[in-house]
Design a protein around this ligand. Structure first.
Ligand SMILES: Nc1ncnc2c1ncn2[C@@H]1O[C@H](COP(=O)(O)OP(=O)(O)OP(=O)(O)O)[C@@H](O)[C@H]1O
Length: 392
């Protein structure tokens, strides 16, 4: 199939170039000065909370919406004046919109007929794409005779059969149950790698973004807050917002007492903390900062001695215990103004007794595991105070 990535060409012209694109409704920015380049064959996910501008950005790339300002370039061609059906784009939506009266094979053949493909080649191409999505032999069934996951596969085959330059996914998995959703995430990844088709996916599911993507753009308030490889997004969040939106993060506010290089010392009442400056910029003594530490990097014990290797040890009381099978989530009330309850993952719950709510405990972590962000009241962190630990 012709989508096998051509690495030499990748370097030359980005498959998609979004240049300073904004969309304004009634004086409000749905998308504000978004810019990014996406190389050919890459899988990009645009991740963000509801209302952050993800769909608006995707719809502008698809051509359903015109930017208020800025430019979108696909394979070197500025496309602002090109209508959606003239852009070489396959789309899969949350609502699949399969034709119910047509068989799976007829659904997949539809875009080829619309594009007046040579009728003699259509059956072979349809079969090839049904094979690709693992629906071999099911082409004769109508949508209602297929499971939700199988219908999803028909929609994927239909979006890809005409070999578009770009595949756009608008939360296609949001309506599926978790197990099927996770299975289909891996399917999207497999198919995308097999074809090498440049893909842009929109989701508010952080796990999906980390699992499927080569690159993740995190949006908030219409703006791109970070554009990075998933591992970097998780390990080196560019702001307190990103740290709070991806993963489960504990925040502690304080004032800087010393800053040397990227090492920052700050205090909250009588408690001293250390961390690494994150998100760029610099801090000086007296600046308000927010320390962020991941739930999986905080340790919990009933005996302070067990945490003697940790840089920070605080006493606390277990407020709630959430059993999730492969891990236990503890919510701990610490007696200093940690922002909300401290959340801690115990990933090895089978090896010891579970703690009970009300237990007196100690929690601890190391300074290298704390990211320190300059406090910015305009960009409150995401996720604080929520109970969701799975990004759902
Ligand atoms: N046609 C419109 N008219 C006015 N405002 C709009 C319009 N479409 C979107 N908006 C606003 O633009 C902002 C971004 O919306 P958008 O649908 O892009 O967000 P999203 O991140 O995709 O959210 P969700 O995950 O809920 O779909 C929101 O504040 C929304 O209310």
């Amino acid at each position: 199939m012709r989508h096998a990535p051509d690495l030499a060409a990748d370097d030359a012209v980005p498959a998609v170039s979004v240049r300073n694109v904004s969309k304004v409704y009634d004086g409000l920015h749905a998308v504000k000065s978004a810019s990014f380049d996406l190389a050919s064959g890459r899988f990009l996910t645009i991740l963000g909370p509801s209302g952050s501008g993800k769909t608006t950005l995707l719809r502008m790339i698809a051509g359903f919406l015109r930017p208020t300002s800025g430019e979108i370039v696909i394979n070197g061609e500025a496309v602002s004046a090109v209508p959606p059906h003239k852009r070489s784009i396959g789309m899969v939506f949350q609502r699949l919109a399969l034709f119910p009266h047509m068989t799976a094979a007829e659904n997949v053949a539809f875009p080829l007929k619309m594009r007046r493909a040579d009728a003699r080649t259509i059956p072979e191409r349809v079969e090839r794409y049904l094979d690709l999505v693992k629906l071999t032999g099911l082409g004769g069934r109508r949508p209602h005779e297929l499971s939700g996951g199988q219908q999803q596969r028909v929609a994927i085959a239909r979006a890809l059969v005409f070999e578009p330059d770009l595949l756009l996914l608008d939360e296609p998995l949001a309506a599926l149950d978790r197990k099927l959703r996770e299975e289909m995430q891996l399917e999207f990844r497999r198919i995308q790698r097999e074809l090498g088709v440049t893909t842009i996916n929109v989701t508010h599911d952080q796990r999906e973004a980390l699992v499927v993507s080569d690159e993740v753009i995190v949006m908030d308030g219409g703006e791109i807050r970070q554009n990075a490889h998933p591992v970097e997004t998780y390990r080196k969040p560019a702001s307190a917002f990103v740290a709070g939106f991806i993963g489960v993060t504990n925040f502690i506010s304080g004032a800087v007492t010393k800053a040397t290089g990227d090492l920052v010392f700050f205090t909250q009442g009588a408690h001293r903390f250390t961390g690494r400056l994150a998100g760029g910029g610099a801090v000086v003594v007296g600046d308000e900062v927010r320390g962020a530490v991941r739930a999986e990097l905080v340790r919990i014990a009933t005996d302070a001695d067990a945490l003697k290797d940790m840089d920070v040890v605080l006493p606390g009381t277990v407020a709630d215990v959430i059993f999730e099978g492969d891990r236990v989530v503890y919510e701990v009330q610490a007696p200093l103004p940690v922002d909300g309850l401290l959340r801690i993952f115990d990933r090895d719950p089978a090896s010891h007794n579970q703690l009970d709510a009300g237990a007196a405990v100690f929690v601890g972590w190391n300074g290298v595991d704390m990211h320190v962000f300059k406090a910015n009241p305009d960009h409150a962190e995401a996720g604080a105070g929520t109970r969701s630990t799975r990004g759902e």
